[in-house]
Ligand binder design. Sequence first.
Ligand SMILES: [Zn+2]
Length: 489
Amino acid sequence: MRLFSATIATETNTFSPLPTSLDAYKESVFLRPGEHPTDAPRMCTAPLFVARQRAADEGFTLIEGSCFAASPAGTTNRADYEFMRDEILAQLKAALPLDGVLFGLHGAMVAHGYDDVEGDVLERARAIVGPDCVIGVELDPHCHLTIKRVQLADITILYKEFPHTDVVERAEDLLTLVLRTIRRQVRPATSLYDCRQIGSYPTTLPLMRAFVDKTAAMEGKNGVLSVSIGHCFPYADVPELTGRILVITDDDKAKADRLASEIGQEFIALRGRTAPDYMAADDGISAALAFNGSPVVMADPADNAGGGAPTDNTTILRRLMERKVDGAVLGPIWDPIAVRLCFDAGLGAGFPLRFGGKIGPASGQPVDAHVTVTALKRDCWQSFGPTQVPLGDCAAIKIGGVEVVLISNRTQALGLELFRNLGIEPTDRKLVVVKSTNHFMAAFGPVAQKVIYVDSDGPLSRDYRKIPYSKVERPIWPLDEHTSPGLIL
Ligand SMILES: [Zn+2]
C-alpha cells in the first residue's frame, strides 16, 4: 500500500493590505521531502506527521511531498501559488501508483485568479491519481467548504476545537478513515448542509462546547464516520463563504442527509449566541484595572495576525500609555524594523523609537516614545499545542509601566513563550494584552484570573455587516435577515 502526503496552506484575508508571496511561506513552513521535522507537525502538516508515525505498523509506504504554509495575510501571488502547486503535483505524479493521498490544507487559501485554491489542487490531484485512489483532506474549521472540494475528496475532516488544539487528533481520524476506505472496510457517503451564516464560534464558551461535544459523540457508532462543523472564515470575499455542516456515514447517504440537516438546523439556532461579549478598548482597560486579581488577559481580536491582520495596531497600547497604567504587558506588535533598531540600540539602552502603526489605515498611527530595551533575543518561537510557531528576532521595550513585545515574524499571541522568551513572566503582571481572537485561550486561559475581549479599531471588525463583500453569495446572515439554508450535497 502506498500513500502520498503534502501541504499547501494559508488563510487568506482578501481585504488585507499585506500580499502573500513565496517569502511568507519560506518564513513559516517551506519543507521539501527529507526536510520534515520529526518532533512535531508544523501548522497544517499533521497528516504527513501522523502518517509517518503509523506507516510501519499499518503496513504502508509513505511518500512525503513538499509542505508549504504561510501565516494568514492577503491574497497569495499567482505565480508563487502555481509554483508550489505544480511542485506538489509533480511529486504526486512521480509517486504513482498510489492507494491514498493525504492533504493537510487550511481551506481558506485564495490566490490571484483562484478563489478556491483547495478545489483547484484537488481537481488536478484527482486527474493524476484517478477515481479509485482515496483522497483524504484535513481542513481548519475557518475554511470555505466548497461543493467542488468536498466532491473531489473521499474524506474531508475539519478540526473540532477553536482554539485548534486537536489538529493531530483529527489527522489521526483522517488517516484511520482513509486506510479503512482503502481496505474496503467502509464506503464513505458524504452530505453537506449550508447554514447560510457568518459567525465566530469559540469552543471555549459553553454553547459551542456542548454543540461540539454532542456532535463528536455521534462519531464511531450507528454508521456515522465523521461530523465536521465548518465555521467559515469571515474576512474573505469568495462566493462560498458560509457556515456548513459535513457528515460522512458508512454507505448510507440518506442517514448522512438527515443528520447533516438536523445538525445544520441546530447550528442555525445558535446564531448570534456563540461569540463572547466585546467591550470598547477603554472600558476593557477599566474593567481589568478594577478587577481584584491578576493577571487579567485582554484579547484584541480585531488585530489578530491569525485572521490576516497586520498586528501593528497601536490603539490599545496608546490608551495604556495615556492612562499611565502600571504592570501591563502587550504583545505582539509586528514591526521588524523596530526590532532591528532595538538590536542596534542594545540591551538596556534608552532611545526614541517610532514603532507600530505602519501597514494600513487600520493600523492607527505609529507610537513615538522614549523606550528602554529590556530584552533582546534572536530566532524566538512560541508553542501552539504540539506545534512551534516562529517569532523571529524579538525585542521587549518598556515605556513607563507598560512593556511591549516586538516581533519580526508576524503571528498572533499563542504561547506564554511570546513573553517568557524575553524574561517577562505574564503571570506576574496585572494586565496581559494579547493580539488574538481565541487561540490565545489554549495557553493563556488556564493562567488568567479573568479574560476580557475588546473590539478595537483594528482591521478585523467583529461586525460582519461592515465588511465590504462583493462576491459572497446572498442572502446570508447577519448581512440579510431572511436566508434559505439547506442540503447542497
Ligand atoms: Zn482557524
